[in-house]
Ligand binder design. Structure first.
Ligand SMILES: Nc1ncnc2c1ncn2[C@@H]1O[C@H](COP(=O)(O)OP(=O)(O)O)[C@@H](O)[C@H]1O
Ligand SMILES: [Mg+2]
Length: 389
């Protein structure tokens, strides 16, 4: 079946790997084999889990999602397997756990890598025998549940480190679906943008003049560390903020934060001379530092001006926020604190840069794009010379 078929399972994409994943889902969905879905956050692991459930014979029954990393360890066992009345303080009545509730259906164990070892043993037991006991209960219960697990961790490494049980890993890993990050399958980006745009406008009854081909190219070249989730949110917010006008690269630039420029996290090319490579590396460190600072500043701005949308205006590090007309004492005090931390960040940025340049001030000033005089003044102001000694 091709990707243009009607039944794309809601999994958009025409890259070979996405086509293959749809094919795998069709093959394995009707069985009861456990499935392990791996990939970075936002690549579509939960979406794939739903597709498996929907294409299985269990489709009319429940699929329950449990985020293993979000439930406090102390109550995880009782959440999964239920408890008997009086099993522990507060267990005022007998309660069914997720396994019982999902009987006949599917249990999606998200962030399985976060499962404590003690619970891993119990999960393995259900997988092998289909039997479990409620916390504080002596009776063995039978269940028929299909397990789909997902993780953004390297489980094999976790096994080697003794954080994850080998036997459970092999059991879950019977069928493995790895979803590559979006930057490893950029050919999917235009189609994703197209479908997200169409869906969003239909749902909200919006008119939209579309992205220009150059704008789409620009989005295709970005790294999207938050993967499809980030792309989807971005597309939706741009449509809203630009009030449905045609999106050109110029308009995009306004909305894109400098956080995930394509040059970020790329290995330094080896053909550069060592001095150039060093400068390149330094430049990247600074870029990251700067974007971290921008993110922090954005957060601060949101605190003061809740209407200010993060990402709608990339804020540069040294730009002072607009003074609000009225400012209560409390806010003033807070601002003071905030200013102090911005100063700290500036100090840190300058110190790091100086360190990387072996305290060559001319070089540091160049990188920081400030005059040498300003740098000397800042060194003085922040007591940096003394700190280095
Ligand atoms: N291939 C895809 N086609 C359509 N939507 C997708 C695709 N991959 C991810 N999404 C969407 O992106 C968001 C994040 O997906 P999700 O399955 O929650 O990711 P994960 O569980 O890996 O963090 C969801 O809104 C999902 O519908
Ligand atoms: Mg998820």
């Amino acid at each position: 079946m091709s990707s243009s078929s009607k039944d794309d399972m809601g999994i958009i994409g025409k890259s070979p790997v996405i086509r293959q994943i749809r094919e795998t889902i069709r093959q394995i969905a009707p069985t009861n084999i456990p499935v392990l879905i791996t990939g970075e956050s936002g690549v579509g692991k939960e979406l794939v889990a739903h597709a498996i459930h929907k294409h299985s014979r269990r489709a009319t029954r429940l699929m329950l999602t449990v985020n293993c990393g979000a439930i406090p360890e102390g109550i995880l066992e009782s959440e999964l397997f239920g408890h008997q009345r009086g099993a522990f303080t507060g267990a005022v009545e007998t309660r069914k756990g997720y396994f019982e509730l999902a009987d006949g259906g599917t249990l999606f164990l998200d962030e399985i890598g976060e499962l404590p070892i003690a619970i891993q043993v119990k999960l393995l037991r259900v997988l092998e025998t289909k039997e479990f006991m409620r916390v504080g209960g002596g009776k063995v219960h039978q269940v028929d549940v299909r397990i789909i697990a997902a993780t953004n961790k390297d489980l094999e490494a976790a096994v080697l480190e003794g954080q994850f049980r080998k036997d459970l890993f092999y059991r879950l890993n019977a069928i493995k679906i790895h979803i590559p990050s979006l930057r490893e399958r950029r050919e999917d980006i235009p189609l994703l943008i197209e479908v997200f745009t169409k869906e969003f406008c239909q749902e909200n009854n919006l008119k939209f003049e579309g992205f220009s081909p150059e704008a789409i190219k620009m989005l295709q070249n970005r790294d999207w560390p938050g993967n499809v989730r980030e792309l989807k949110n971005f597309v939706q917010s741009v449509i809203i903020l630009e009030r449905g006008q045609r999106i050109t690269p110029e308009k995009l630039t306004k909305h894109l934060s400098p956080v995930n420029q394509p040059e970020r996290n790329l290995p330094v090319p080896t053909y550069l001379s060592s001095e150039k490579a060093e400068r390149e590396l330094l430049y990247r460190v600074l870029l990251e530092l700067k974007s971290d600072m921008n993110q922090i500043k954005n957060l601060l701005m949101q605190q003061f001006y809740p209407l200010h949308r993060s990402g709608s205006q990339p804020i540069t590090v040294y730009e002072a926020p607009v003074q609000p007309v009225v400012e209560e004492n409390e806010k003033m005090a807070k601002r003071k604190e905030e200013q102090v931390s911005l100063r700290d960040m500036e100090r840190e940025l300058i110190r790091k840069t100086l360190e990387q340049c072996n305290w060559n001030k001319r070089k540091a000033a160049q990188i920081l794009k400030i005059s040498e005089r300003t740098l000397y003044r800042k060194i003085d102001e922040y007591n940096l010379e003394t700190a280095s000694n």
